[in-house]
Design a protein around this ligand. Sequence first.
Ligand SMILES: Nc1nc2c(ncn2[C@@H]2O[C@H](COP(=O)(O)OP(=O)(O)OP(=O)(O)O)[C@@H](O)[C@H]2O)c(=O)[nH]1
Ligand SMILES: [Mg+2]
Length: 259
Amino acid sequence: MSSRPSVRVPARPTPAPTASPAVASAAPKATAAVTPMGWMHTARFLTTAAQLHHLPAMDTPEIAFVGRSNAGKSTCINTLTQKKQLAFASKKPGRTQHINLFALGKQGITDAVLADLPGYGYAAVAKMDKLRWQQVMANYLVSRDNLTGIVMMCDPRHGLTELDDILLEVIRPRVEQGLKFLIILTKADKLTRAEQAKALSIARLQAGGGEVKLFSALKKQGVDEVAQLLWDWTHPADGPSLAPAPTELTEEEPEALDE
Ligand SMILES: Nc1nc2c(ncn2[C@@H]2O[C@H](COP(=O)(O)OP(=O)(O)OP(=O)(O)O)[C@@H](O)[C@H]2O)c(=O)[nH]1
Ligand SMILES: [Mg+2]
């Protein structure tokens, strides 16, 4: 864990503007039939873009997964959506090199979008590529109009790094205006219970009281909680949280996770 000064991110930002009336009215209402996990399972590939201007303009709430290379962003998306090959995950850092969008929503009606972003901090990427990507990512985070929330993935064994702090500075103005924000501590299966508790409290300090959750793709830890939170972020008009989701995990082969 890093001992650098805390990054102040407002704990409970005011609600962000989300979907347009047209999209909101098309979105399925929260009923007993729609659980956050069932909703997540509707994920399908939408598009991929190497540059910002190649992304389609949308008015559907979008949630971006950001973080260091190899932190587990793509794996988290695959675990939440229960589709092991939706996002490209790999032991080799730098696997995700485009902004990949995935649509969510029952009956083919898109009511939210997940964005899997390339990781930063991977030493083997050429300097020019790094600079180009930092620019694309910063532009995306600052200017993507339908961006509703950011999930920052952080391996608690490394803690929040300098690059994470820079990213937090980039998004701070938007978070202060109501953009939702969550830090996910990934690969929790690699920590003992005591280490998990310690990592959680340190990250909470660094997040200035913002949301922090432990997550393990291997142990399916935190999956329901994160699915619920993403549902709540993208369906603010549907009122309080849904009932806890029955686990609807598919019986696919587990993907190869870090040992
Ligand atoms: N043990 C364990 N391994 C994990 C977990 N989540 C991800 N991994 C492993 O971590 C490695 C990197 O995962 P990715 O999901 O590809 O990471 P990423 O953040 O998308 O990486 P980039 O695309 O390079 O930015 C893979 O080998 C995953 O199997 C987890 O919860 N537990
Ligand atoms: Mg990835």
